[in-house]
Design a protein around this ligand. Structure first.
Ligand code: KG4
Ligand code: ZN
Length: 311
């Protein structure tokens, strides 16, 4: 899959960029490019392309962190967030909580120790035979289900991560236990109903399982997010990344933010999943701070945004 995606990047990048520039009807003064994190093959294609284009056009090249892009999707349509702010980035590859004291500077408060929330949606959707990407499919069927039908566990970590002792750990997430609980539930129900290993559960049970799973994910994410909001006296709160498109997450977050009387920042649906506008916006912020790169720039599959690592 990583190899296939890199090859598709090579195949499509020229056409996509040409089309985007033609449709915008505008020129450009700088080129922002995702330096990491992500699949290194795809990152390299984008980075090499951007370097060549910047060099050929004599315009500056601005390296951007993928998650800084997601965070910028909150600001792009809504204006700067009042600080201090607390932002949760929930995507297929990340579940990370940040404190923002000043626009453009991010302090990592917690992250997932295993699966990202989006990954859990994708894996559970696969178990329920709902297809890929799983998030939108679960979001849809969950509306027909009872979110209290199945009692899945909520994981709350309160101890430091032995593998990352430099991180506080208290605000970390874990979704692998929940995923395993869903797997166990589906396996047991299949056996009880006399279904074969590959058969889907009956639709009402799929809806109940999806709704119950989604409720636990949403509550786990928001408990941690709003705990950080309280603790840090945040003046605004934001949720970005593909999972921020989830309707249940958006509704529940809106209710909790209103109860606390603080503004909630969410990207529009078009900007919640991966897109180039957010990378351009984050690039603009970097550019204004004078942070540009040269031909020596390299892709970094595990680029930290700011993980509190002693430098
Ligand atoms: O940010 P994104 O587009 O890509 C990454 O950087 O990973 O996020 C993709 C993830 C996928 O796991 C997808 O299932 C999830 O976002 N997602 C959703 C919804 N729409 C997309 N998860 C829950 N509910 C949704 N409506
Ligand atoms: Zn993303």
């Amino acid at each position: 899959m990583p190899e296939l995606s890199a090859r598709l990047h090579v195949r499509d990048i020229c056409g996509v960029v040409e089309k985007a520039i033609a449709e915008s009807g505008r020129g450009y003064d700088a080129i922002a490019v995702t330096q990491g994190p992500g699949l290194v093959g795809s990152l390299l294609v984008g980075l090499s392309f951007a370097k060549a284009l910047a060099w050929a056009q004599s315009v500056p090249l601005v390296p951007v962190h993928h998650l800084a892009g997601h965070i910028e999707s909150l600001v792009l349509e809504n204006g700067e967030m009042p600080t201090p702010a607390v932002v949760l980035v929930v995507s297929g590859g990340h579940t990370s909580l940040y404190r923002i004291e000043e626009p453009g500077r991010y302090e990592l408060l917690g992250r997932t120790r295993d699966d990202a929330a989006g990954e859990a949606f994708d894996k559970v959707a696969k178990l329920l035979r709902l297809g890929y990407p799983g998030g939108p499919a679960i979001d849809l069927v969950a509306r027909q289900g009872n979110d209290r039908a199945v009692a899945f566990p909520k994981t709350r970590l309160t101890h430091a991560d032995r593998n990352a002792p430099h991180l506080p750990g208290r605000r970390d997430f874990s979704f692998s236990g929940l995923k395993t609980a869903v797997l166990r539930h589906v396996t047991v129900r299949r056996a009880e109903l006399g279904l074969a290993a590959d058969d889907p559960l009956p639709p009402p049970e799929v809806a109940d399982t999806a709704a119950s799973f989604q409720r636990v994910v949403v509550e786990t994410l928001l408990d941690q997010l709003f705990d950080a909001v309280r603790w840090f006296g945040a003046q605004s709160v934001g949720i970005a990344g593909g999972v921020s498109a989830n309707s249940r997450l958006r509704e529940t977050a809106a209710t909790r933010a209103a109860a606390r009387g603080i503004p909630l920042y969410l990207p529009s649906l078009a900007l919640s999943t991966d897109n180039a506008a957010m990378i351009a916006a984050a690039g603009l912020r970097q550019y204004r701070r004078g942070l540009t790169g040269g031909v020596e720039l390299n892709a970094d599959a595990a680029l930290p945004l700011n993980d509190n690592r002693p430098s």
